[in-house]
Design a protein around this ligand. Structure first.
Ligand SMILES: C[S@@+](CC[C@H](N)C(=O)[O-])C[C@H]1O[C@@H](n2cnc3c(N)ncnc32)[C@H](O)[C@@H]1O
Length: 202
């Protein structure tokens, strides 16, 4: 049974392997996962409503909204009503869908390297009738777009160097006065990442 508060199954198995999948070598950030891509529908609570969305194996947190993502959505301020909003590393779309529902006039860029994830976001946006989502790989975001806000549960598992390069390039595209809202588990290096960013952005 779905949990009454979250709409999600409390008995859902833990998924998204912390290391590469033993059988396929997939990480959740593999561009074209080799693992079976059977889609499933799950019921989730996003943007103050219950939604049915599609997820699939080979994509981060495919049985539920990740706890970190849930925390981010719970504590961050409402997104700007207009402008370009970025969900960096969108997975199947819990953040991007929430932004698009909360700010229907804004343009939400759902960016990921995992093509299966992007396909799911496209399907979920269509299912929810959202016309304000752009679902793209990182290189498909036009250079002249700057963001009124960036939201991310970033891919810590890509390694520190790649993570710093990725965040550095996207966070420099924030419009003047705009904010970024990131969630990182403390035991996965939240403190050192914050320290790095304070130095990098000074
Ligand atoms: C921790 S998951 C978060 C997924 C989703 N936002 C959620 O909350 O469930 C991070 C995502 O970043 C993606 N990713 C990895 N490297 C990336 C890159 N260079 N650019 C954009 N996304 C990337 C991964 O494929 C993965 O979907």
């Amino acid at each position: 049974m779905p949990d009454a508060a979250s709409g999600e199954r409390p008995d859902a198995p833990a998924d998204h392997p912390k290391t590469a999948d033993e059988a396929t070598g997939d990480h959740y950030f593999t561009a074209r996962p080799a693992s079976p891509g059977e889609r499933r529908t799950i019921i989730v609570w996003l943007a103050e409503r219950e939604l049915t969305v599609e997820t699939a194996g080979g994509v981060f947190s495919s049985y539920r909204v990740d706890h970190g993502t849930r925390a981010l959505l719970g504590v961050a301020p409402p997104p700007p009503a207009s402008g370009d909003l970025l969900d960096l590393g969108c997975g199947w779309g819990p953040i991007a869908l929430s932004l698009a529902l909360a700010s229907p006039v804004a343009t939400v860029w759902a960016v990921d390297v995992n093509e299966r994830a992007l396909d799911l976001v496209r399907r979920n946006a269509e299912r929810l009738g959202l016309g304000n989502l752009r679902t793209v790989t990182p290189d498909q975001v036009p250079d002249d777009v700057s963001f009124a806000a960036v939201w991310s549960n970033p891919p810590i598992r890509v390694g520190k160097e790649a993570l710093h390069a990725m965040l550095g390039s996207w966070l420099r595209r924030l419009a003047p006065g705009a904010s970024a809202h990131l969630v990182v588990q403390r035991n996965l290096g939240a403190d050192s990442l914050q320290h790095w960013w304070c130095g990098a952005s000074a």
